[in-house]
Design a protein around this ligand. Sequence first.
Ligand code: 5AD
Ligand code: SF4
Length: 583
Amino acid sequence: MHPLQCVLQAQRWGPLASVSWLLFRTCRAQSSVHGTTCPGPGRQQENGVQKDFSSRLAAGPTFQHFLRSALDPQEKPDVEDPPPYLTVDELSGRQRKVYLETYGCQMNVNDTEIAWSVLQKSGYLRTRNLQEADVILLVTCSIREKAEQTIWNRLYQLKALKTKRLRSRVPLRIGILGCMAERLKEEILNREKMVDILAGPDAYRDLPRLLAVAESGQQAANVLLSLDETYADVMPVQTSPSATSAFVSIMRGCDNMCSYCIVPFTRGRERSRPVASILEEVRKLSEQGLKEVTLLGQNVNSFRDSSEVQFNNAVSTNLSRGFSTNYKPKQGGLRFAHLLDHVSRVDPEMRIRFTSPHPKDFPDEVLQLIHERDNICKQIHLPAQSGSSRVLEAMRRGYSREAYVELVHHIRESIPGVSLSSDFIAGFCGETEEDHLQTVSLLREVQYNMGFLFAYSMRQKTRAYHRLKDDVPEEVKLRRLEELITVFREEATKANMASVGCTQLVLVEGHSKRSATDLCGRNDGNLKVIFPNVEMEDVSNSGVRVRAQPGDYVLVKITSTSSQTLKGHVLCRTTLKDSSAYC
Ligand code: 5AD
Ligand code: SF4
């Protein structure tokens, strides 16, 4: 079934349809294993368990089970009753050790913590040592073919681990989570028989059940996309207690349907997490002493909390000037400016960033807020993708080069000193040399501080796959990509040179990886700043000399720059509030 089809079904018929489809998937995975493949090592010995399990599965869920699954996620109890075909004991992790490996974007890093939070509650332990793992879960990415190839290669390595496993240990279970599970579905189960479970990005709550089914030697999958899953009540576990910053997921999915992009198919429809639950998480992080929060989502600034009826007024959405959407205009809900306003008030000493936004959703109230609030970083990611209006139209981005450039000027006027970054794709369908030169000229014109540049990789299911031709030869794509990287570096070096002689506020992260005598941190624009680890004055305690620790704010005078890093010497330890007077 096409994922959008299943989204539509869920929309029309609600959770009843969703749950039955989910169970159907498990049964199908089961029948393929029983019908056509030999049980692997360790599976035969489980036949007794399997028989018992199968007879319970045949009895199927009760009506009560469907009713309970229809509950609002907020109302769901922490520990759910087991499905009728599993006992509480079978559902629990029984201290099995889980090894999680993350690929792809920051959203996947956050998803890994959500998956872990679910498993931890269920009685699993986490290990960082692959050799001692009982369960290996790969959180995967599908955005480009190369990302998927990396996962296939990793699966071949893990296969060896599984076959070499001592019979005295519990059988090793391997799972594919996230975008690749969603995109390839049973193709993964069929191609790699040693994969035991598949969980799409909206199915992490189901991991304990999927692993319990896998315990009996069967493959299990849940790749159902949801219209409302935001994991609002699943607080991700902070993995590094010494960390200075954390990511907070505020929305999931994407409705934009850019013609090259697989994301709307793997992560489903756009939905926002309720403001109250985001604020609760940010407060907790502030209490833990974290100094920076990055609001995360595929389209963070399209945020729209419509969870309460009173939020849903008829006010239509202000888009950036000259921008349009591929979808019907939406109305009402609490928007990104509201969220940013409240998040930035939680702790004035906590830096706020957000990624990744879409250029269409930068109304003046958002820009004004970024300008006004000391703790909202003056850094905007503004993915352009191409500098050619013709290519932008083929990409269905909803803007022309001219509208994009006008937005850049407007942002720079509204937020003086703002740092800009962007994403670009080289060699999209039909891109001519002239189009490519337009992208080069946009890089020169805007002079970004940071950039993420990619060669186009055609993805099945996307509009480009169905309607356009991937006609730029691979070597031309790579040559154009190289050219874009060179130009980007030249311009970023020039842009960063402007900071030489300036004093910047830096949030200290720890020791520099390259030198034991240096510390490393990030400036407001999110660029890495390196400076010697020496004693300095503490502005809050005059006369006291201190050494900077991770999580401290320090003022650094910039002395040299490259395209990606700044270097300088430290002046003093300060606070975010006090520092606004210096910069
Ligand atoms: N090929 C190459 N790059 C892509 N991106 C998204 N889809 C593709 C694709 N099919 C890039 C875009 C996006 C970033 C996250 O990845 O630049 O902004
Ligand atoms: Fe993909 Fe476009 Fe959505 Fe970004 S905005 S995730 S590029 S479809």
